[in-house]
Design a protein around this ligand. Sequence first.
Ligand code: NAG
Ligand code: NAG
Ligand code: NAG
Ligand code: NAG
Ligand code: NAG
Ligand code: NAG
Length: 833
Amino acid sequence: MYWIALALLAIMDTAHAQMTAEANVAPDLRECYTDPELLNRNNLPPVTIQVLIDIIQRIEDNPNVNVDLRVLAVLLLHTYRQDGIEYHQPEMGLSQSSIVLPFAPTFHSFYRHKLLLTKLIPSNRQSLDNNTISSPLKCALHHMLSTTVDSRVRGDENTCGQLSQYRAMRTARSAPSAENNVKEDVELFSPTGINSHSGQMRQYDPNSDVEINGFGGSKYERQLLGASTCPILGGVINTKWGAVSAGNLIAGIAAGAQLQQTTVTELSRGLVNEVANGQQSVINLYPATLSGDLAEAVLVQGTKGSNTINIGSTGNWNSSYASRYYMLSSRNNVEMTDPEIRGGIDGFILGNRMNNILQTYGTLKLSQLLDMYYNPRNGVFDSSVRACNRREISKTILNDNELVAQSEAFAAALNANMPLQGTLLTGLNQLVSNAVANFQTYTQSNLNDLDCISSELGIDYRTITNLYIVLDTTWPYQTIYPAITYILESIEVGKYGSSVTLLSAYDGSVVINKTFSLSEFHTNYTLATHQSMLSGVNLENTYTNIKNMMQATLLDESRLNYVGGNPTVLLFLLNSGNLEINDGVREQARIINETVPDLRVIYATANNQFDNLWNLVRDMYSDIHVISLSSSGTNVENTLTPVLDNIRQVSRRIINPLCGFEYKDESSGSRMLDQYIEPGYINFYSISPNYFYDNNDDSKIRVISNTGSGTLTVCYSRVVAQPRRNATVAGTDDSLITCEDLVTNGNVEISLKDACDGYSTIGSCPLFYISVQSTAASIANPLCSNNNVCRFPFNLKFQIQTEQLGCFSSGTSIAASLIFVLFIQIFNIFRSF
Ligand SMILES: *[C@@H]1O[C@H](CO)[C@@H](O)[C@H](O)[C@H]1NC(C)=O
Ligand SMILES: *[C@@H]1O[C@H](CO)[C@@H](O)[C@H](O)[C@H]1NC(C)=O
Ligand SMILES: *[C@@H]1O[C@H](CO)[C@@H](O)[C@H](O)[C@H]1NC(C)=O
Ligand SMILES: *[C@@H]1O[C@H](CO)[C@@H](O)[C@H](O)[C@H]1NC(C)=O
Ligand SMILES: *[C@@H]1O[C@H](CO)[C@@H](O)[C@H](O)[C@H]1NC(C)=O
Ligand SMILES: *[C@@H]1O[C@H](CO)[C@@H](O)[C@H](O)[C@H]1NC(C)=O
């Protein structure tokens, strides 16, 4: 009985696991090509490393997916990656066919993919269930992982040349030579080429394992429809360190976690392999990453008669912040494009270290590994193992001879599996050597991505906040979407970071619930959602609803004994002019100001409305901005920098949970808050005077260092919102800032005694600012194994203890305000008669 069940399971496994290796679109992925909502990628989340990490986290957190990093990497490839899917214009009359899906995996990248899944990185487990993630996330993940080129003419080709304007400022790549392109295009489209190849399209049996003579001729068929001069490369994600083919990246990790050697004969299905004179086996990490693309380039270009193999092909996103379409600058020599090079190197670096990494920390999550590698600091248990350092590492770990031997062996194997334009008789070794040499030169001289020194110039603290965006839908979606995307990415909306909630400026109603998931926000905030929102701005309704919502949140926190964490930022993004600010608005704003102290209100408006808004914000000089956005999305970064700086100034809050929003005087007693910090980073905190206004000699904050956290620096100030030790004036603290070192297992005590002495109102007494900084160098061993609270395993733990915080508010003013509201309402009732 037992063995029968086992056997059945095994059959189901193999039947299921290799769907994405078959020559038609895998059943679970079909809806990505049939459902018009999903087919339009503008409805899917942008393809960025942050979104990829977020989707992987959602899979990891799915209770039905209980697998480790090794298995997950393999399952992702087997479930969501299917390279080479192309559109095929149906024959006349068939265009409406409901029984044919006009997509099939026919591009050259499919054949390597197939070998990877069936022979090199096989899965002995079932693939992930169809409902593991929602359909939009499934399709987004599929497009991030699956390398293909879509050469359909779109009609926007005339703007491709302008893509360079979106090119990140740092990259100064040499453009591919224009003459070459023209020449090759002409060649490709020569009438003889078309004539001699059209009509050769042969039917092939998708279930046959042998399709050597299959589909090669169809390429010309497709191109008869016209080919885009800047085709879209699929399977690419955007990172700060260049566009990366995520399929190569994940395949490298999967192969490295389960290294295996396979013979060329096995990969060639036993066919006598005439071209394989060199090494007779490959290690899976090579074909999964660099050798896979090198072999494709050698075979595709070599069989066209070329002696030199072109490596590298530039391209760019057609929008820097809504990155969904990566457009190549040429349609020639696209076998090893820039993103594939980067993905190949990154996958190789991580795959190569996989054993080492898993020995250091066996329970590392795949999402954490990616997060550590694509991060400006610290790296993967070694600060040199970071994306910013890929070019340097590749110099030291890629041995030319080994790369040539592995690539040659794999090219021989691929040659027996892939339909090509000609038959390579000899000379494989020379072509591979040429390709490897060109790859090395290109990588060292053309991939000028952000380096580590520049990466580290960035901000050394994490912005962490609960952001509420109050959106006026008179903004065109095309204009506001890139801005919102940029803001969310900058404040690191994510499982361990910030949250976002989308509210309507019409009435303050919730359009998208609070979420810590970038991908969830993006799947919900589509053009259709934007258009379904009520248009216009009514600040009185909006403020009233927001006040109720914020007060309810404080009560929830009270119930949960919440001691601190993300502050709240309310960001108004308004396009409408002439805002109406009546007494009702001001009254609600005042109540919010008094009862929700850790809420920062920021206005960003399309035109200058300072005169209307100055008395609605805490600091009229910093909290009101004019933003000029355009539908091309080009000025997003510049125009939003002041807004982001503003959001970044709002520190983590520390509160007395007993206060709620009513502030009946209740002492917090002693409470503890666990906090984590990354090596080299600083955390900022602020405490509102609502928690210490009346003097209590025993009111204090204690920062306690835990075992292993090393020396931390604690600073505090009443004036500087982000206090830190001033290295230039070592030892002598600024008169405005006090700093103390906190040694392991020690503590620093900060007294709040008389902290509001001399201030006659709560509103005039400033916040109390505290910072905790770790000056540790990057840390090689894991310290935090709780993945629910620690973004990285090297996070350092410390604690914040609050003693005797109170609850203070202009108590009478709440009663007064109620009467005032009543009065306003009565007044309005009378007015309406
Ligand atoms: C996968 O799930 C989607 C959404 O529930 C469904 O439409 C689709 O038919 C499923 N695919 C398969 C092969 O069952
Ligand atoms: C990018 O190109 C795609 C495909 O042509 C198009 O749908 C999208 O609107 C373009 N995005 C921008 C910002 O131009
Ligand atoms: C937000 O969450 C609430 C409660 O969980 C739910 O009732 C509501 O439908 C959600 N709203 C949206 C827009 O998803
Ligand atoms: C997004 O939309 C889905 C489907 O309408 C809904 O179930 C989900 O709650 C929404 N998410 C948020 C964060 O509003
Ligand atoms: C450090 O102090 C000096 C002198 O007061 C000042 O000029 C400098 O800007 C300070 N640096 C930082 C990082 O605060
Ligand atoms: C909120 O309180 C601050 C501090 O007292 C004050 O400067 C600001 O004007 C107040 N804003 C409103 C809208 O009442």
